[in-house]
Design a binder for this molecule. Sequence first.
Ligand SMILES: NC(=O)C1=CN([C@@H]2O[C@H](COP(=O)(O)OP(=O)(O)OC[C@H]3O[C@@H](n4cnc5c(N)ncnc54)[C@H](OP(=O)(O)O)[C@@H]3O)[C@@H](O)[C@H]2O)C=CC1
Ligand SMILES: CCCCCCCCCCCCCCCC(=O)OCC(=O)COP(=O)(O)O
Length: 311
Amino acid sequence: MERVMGGGMLPVVLTSLGVVLLYRILVRLRKGASVQGAVVVITGASSGLGKECARVFHAAGARLVLCGRDAARLQQVVQELTASSANTQKQTHTPCTVVFDLAKTDTVERAAEEILKCYGQVDILINNAGISYRGNILETHISVQRDVMETNYFGPVALTQALLPSMVRRCSGHIVVISSVQGKIAIPYRSAYAASKHATQAYFDCLRAEIERYGIPVTVISPGYIRTNLSVNAVTGDGSKYGVLDRTTATGWDPRDVAREVLKAVRQRSKDVVLAGPLPTAAVYLRTLWPALFFKLMSSRARKEQKPKDE
Ligand SMILES: NC(=O)C1=CN([C@@H]2O[C@H](COP(=O)(O)OP(=O)(O)OC[C@H]3O[C@@H](n4cnc5c(N)ncnc54)[C@H](OP(=O)(O)O)[C@@H]3O)[C@@H](O)[C@H]2O)C=CC1
Ligand SMILES: CCCCCCCCCCCCCCCC(=O)OCC(=O)COP(=O)(O)O
């Protein structure tokens, strides 16, 4: 009886091992997908996460097109990258720059033409640029809600739609967007920002399904707090600059580590990546599994955060 069982189990065990081995080989192959020589467009490349993505993709041998509103700051990044190339054995390429304002969506098509002229094609578009917001809805002008939406949602949508036809023609390309944990959960006093990131998540989820048939993956990355100038550059309800480096931002992830995760997600062609600690990650699940409790926690948070201002 034992011999019969043993004889029967062996093929099962061997097949299982074979499947595991094959899976590991496939995962390794996916990890190995190279960006050497790939044309990578990065918006918001003048600072923060975008600048670190520029460093990481440049070091990996990508041909970069760096975008932002400030020509001088972009040139500074180009100089830093070129100087860093002197110490590397890998073949690197001097980046191009294209200057435009994502919030002026009527100029984005023109910018896309300029981007395409740099290397004749785009292999990877990283929609990274963005702006945050701090404010109470009751005191927030509708124009601020609109402005944040223009930069964080309509800008990336316009750029993606302008570059997409060239990718579809070649049946090749990759669209990446830096969303936020706030694209999955909405927290008080962030209405404009959280709404723009929720819209981003929805649009790029639709896009993923629609363009999969052309072999063009869509990667949505949702980080938690990152140590950048995002809070300093945030707008308030009256449109003025917030100008404060929040503790949550100052103690956030190192942008270089996040940029490395972005490269990994691109190489693996991941669909949806949350890069956050246990609490924000748990909050994302709680919002779906026990919304009533999540809403209660958010109301209590709103009351606590409002208190010092009311007193
Ligand atoms: N820091 C954080 O805690 C988190 C950040 N994120 C996301 O990461 C992305 C990068 O932000 P981060 O690096 O943190 O912040 P930064 O403020 O450091 O960088 C924002 C970048 O976006 C560019 N930008 C802003 N507005 C426009 C515009 N209208 N047109 C073109 N470019 C614009 C800025 O360039 P310039 O001003 O030179 O034009 C700048 O390079 C954003 O999408 C943000 O939402 C997500 C989760 C957490
Ligand atoms: C099962 C136990 C679950 C416990 C859940 C408790 C709920 C805790 C709430 C946690 C909220 C986390 C918010 C994270 C927000 C975040 O990471 O945002 C990233 C950004 O985009 C930052 O932008 P900002 O301008 O807001 O600094």
